[in-house]
Design a protein around this ligand. Structure first.
Ligand SMILES: Cc1cc2nc3c(=O)[nH]c(=O)nc-3n(C[C@H](O)[C@H](O)[C@H](O)COP(=O)(O)OP(=O)(O)OC[C@H]3O[C@@H](n4cnc5c(N)ncnc54)[C@H](O)[C@@H]3O)c2cc1C
Length: 409
């Protein structure tokens, strides 16, 4: 049987190597780190959100359309149920949370148990695992890859599977350099781009670090007319340098694209209260309760820690009573309560994303086998592909499914 070389011992590479070995191939897996699955071990805050619950069509619907079309064959061949069955047979029991995210049963180091399970599977299938092995070059040209360079050593094989991941969290081994090598070999690629990352703000609010805004939506607008470019419902959290949290991660890629095109702004808007209705409510409150402090009223809508600085910035003293609130002040209060301006975003950091957007162009890859179309013996899988799903287990599932397809030789 052919000798298969897999580069990268993360989610996609481990599955690809195991699958190829179970089909009878001699498989060598090369991993740069001293141990396997380093990014997997920190995924889901160390708990590892392995996949998402639901039928394949629902999982696919979470991805952008072109990515969903590409993923369909591999996801059907190795879906979330297949991943969980495999893990269960290795002793990793899992459960789905109400929001559909699937995790191993709560145990210390549960993400590590997922890595151990895949490592055991690969070993038992006969995969030769070499850690501390960073590939430094690809040798050959289309249509055949001849080998790989590992320091001074040249590694030969018949089929090569690249599963070297994205370019975020480079400390986990994913420096993204393989994408540059592929581009030099004529493979169509999209450059790495930040995604699922926190957003720094041009005017950060370190004093608000740890404060959360809940139940609303983060809105992105740009251009002279403040055109709305995107919105995502969910909580946000102030950090030292900007904002993070579910809605922030999901809107980070669009924010960076908008920012690179010109000035952009972020707002956190209430979805429950419309400005006109709240303005009317504030006017009745002024009549019914004239001595109520404007600050007390605003605290019904915003966390306490934000209220005083916001009132000060708006030129409204914290001792101001509703009866003394002028009409422009009333509009300011209603504006803050319904759509809190967060200001301009700064460069979204590629390194801090849960994934990196960009990667090998999907049109250059056969979605059933992950083979590069112009090559006879080169396959790519996992985050190295131009795939970036939302938070929720989708990215690991994409890595498992495309890894399985790549290993099906
Ligand atoms: C903090 C964080 C939390 C996350 N949480 C989740 C989650 O809960 N659920 C989810 O679905 N997704 C999550 N993700 C995303 C998910 O971890 C990735 O999408 C997934 O690991 C990609 O799998 P992969 O096999 O393609 O790449 P990786 O798992 O990154 O594996 C690639 C491997 O290739 C190795 N490598 C790279 N270059 C070379 C080279 N030149 N030579 C040899 N080896 C090399 C790297 O060392 C690495 O081990 C998270 C990501 C981060 C950063």
């Amino acid at each position: 049987m052919a000798k298969v070389i897999v580069v990268g011992g993360g989610a996609a590479g481990l599955v690809a190597a195991w699958r190829a070995a179970t089909l009878g191939h001699r498989v060598l897996l090369l991993e740069a780190n001293g141990r396997l699955g380093v990014k997997l071990r920190i995924s889901g805050g160390g708990k590892c959100n392995i996949t998402h619950d639901g039928p394949p069509r629902e999982l696919l619907a979470a991805f952008p359309k072109d990515q969903a079309r590409f993923l369909r064959p591999s996801l059907h061949a190795f879906d979330n149920g297949a991943v969980l069955d495999l893990l269960r047979r290795e002793g990793v029991e899992t459960y789905a949370r109400d929001n559909g995210r699937v995790f191993p049963q709560d145990r210390p180091g549960s993400a590590g148990l997922v890595v151990t399970a895949f490592e055991q599977l690969a070993r038992r299938a006969g995969v030769e695992l070499r850690t501390g092995a960073r590939v430094s070059a690809l040798k050959g040209r289309a249509p055949r890859l001849e080998g790989l360079l590992l320091d001074q050593e040249r590694i030969h094989g018949e089929t090569f599977i690249l599963a070297t991941g994205g370019a975020s969290y480079p400390e986990t081994g994913t420096r993204g350099e393989v994408l540059g090598w592929l581009r030099e070999l004529g493979v169509p690629v999209h450059p790495w781009f930040p995604a699922l990352a926190p957003i720094p703000l041009s005017r950060p609010r370190p004093a608000w670090e740890g404060v959360a805004l809940r139940g609303g939506e983060l809105r992105l607008s740009a251009g002279a007319g403040g055109r709305r470019l995107g919105a995502f419902g969910g909580d946000i959290l102030f950090t030292k340098s900007g904002i993070s949290g579910p809605a922030v991660l999901e809107l980070s890629q669009a924010t960076e694209r908008a920012r690179r095109g010109g000035p952009a702004w972020l707002t956190y808007a209430s979805v429950m209260e419309l400005p006109e209705a709240l303005d009317a409510a504030l006017q009745s409150e002024q009549r019914a309760n004239p001595r109520l402090l404007a600050a007390t009223w605003l605290q019904r809508h915003l966390p306490e820690r934000l209220v005083e600085p916001l009132l000060q910035e708006a030129g409204l003293g914290s001792a101001l009573m509703l009866k003394d609130l002028p009409r422009p002040g009333r509009r300011t209060l209603v504006g803050l309560a319904t759509a809190l301006p967060l200001g301009e975003p700064q460069a979204v950091p590629l390194a801090r994303g849960e994934v990196a957007a960009g990667g090998v162009e999907l049109t250059a890859v056969d979605p059933r086998t992950m083979a590069l179309r112009d090559w006879e013996n080169l396959r790519v899988c996992g985050e190295l592909l131009d795939i970036d799903g939302p938070v929720g287990g989708y990215n690991l599932q994409a890595a498992f499914s495309t890894g399985y397809a790549a290993g099906t030789i």
